[in-house]
Write a protein of this length. Sequence first.
Length: 377
Amino acid sequence: MKFELFLLEHWMNRYQFADPPIEFDIASSTGPQWTLGELMNLLDEDERQRLFETKLVYTDGPGSRPLREAIAEMQGVSPEDILVLTGASEALLALFFKAAQTGANVVLPFPSFPPFAEMPRSFGTETRFYRLRPENQFRIDTEEIKGLVDANTKLILVNSPHNPTGATISDDELTSLHEFASERGVQLVVDEVYHPIYHGRETASASRLPSATVLGDFSKAFCLSGLRVGWMVERDRARMNEYLNARGYFTVSSAVINETLATHATRLRETIFDKAREVAGKNLALLEKFFAEHSDALDWVRPQGGMTVFPCLRSGADARSFCEGAAAEGVLLAPGDCFGMPAHFRLGFAASGDRFSAAIERLSDFVKKHSARVSAV
């Protein structure tokens, strides 16, 4: 078994952790950053003192009871339906490990976060893709999904809000897909790590659907990627027991400090979400002006949710050299070949926070120079 090169991580590590680091990171898919001090300043004195008294030991395998209770209250489920994991990444590992049966297939979005496809492929599972097409506003087509399902389909994965396009699925469409999957005994997995960050139509959490497996984490909407904590909502007891057993082999438990901070963050979520919405909304307005100005060179689909967009070069050329040129000017984008769509690139509009306006000005200057060079050829 061998993983293909993780192009996105290879690209991001090349620039994010360079010395010195790149000046403007607008490739990252996370939200406005928080420091430990800023988060702790939201706690009262007693809460801070209890945090300092935390014993540095293992946590309970499913996650600490306070954290599971806090997440369960947010999701509208029982604490017994919550499994805490090392980010959404461990949740995906457990899901695809369990789905890896002889002759099995899984139905996945394309484009998508690369591990969606690479994990099952590495386990020998057939991967079937439904397409999010720019000419269709990156719509998640439930009829196309249904047409890919057969008797050997183990799971359908939906990512909404979607990374990298920002597309979302409506409540009615997701309910219909849930009913379709339930009738056929197919597991519906909904990755909603960007919920509840929307830019127009808002949708409800998939945790309202009794047979759905729902993934969340503290990296995207919560903007606390350094905690490396995620969760799974799973009401099916047999599946939950299998995932918990797998976690025992994978990572045993999370870091106790991280779980404690995640518990506080969950209780303070509206403050955190409000900051993410404010920054994302302000920066999205700047993006609208940017793409209007450069409509001769770039095309885009306005995102319905999340904190990323997936524009393309109107020329249809491979965007890697474009992204390398932008990086040379101090602006980090993620080339579309990392997602299997070379003419596109991912642009994150929240991680850089208040520096986004300066980043867009720098990028605008680069686009003008790049367009002039292309025209001169």
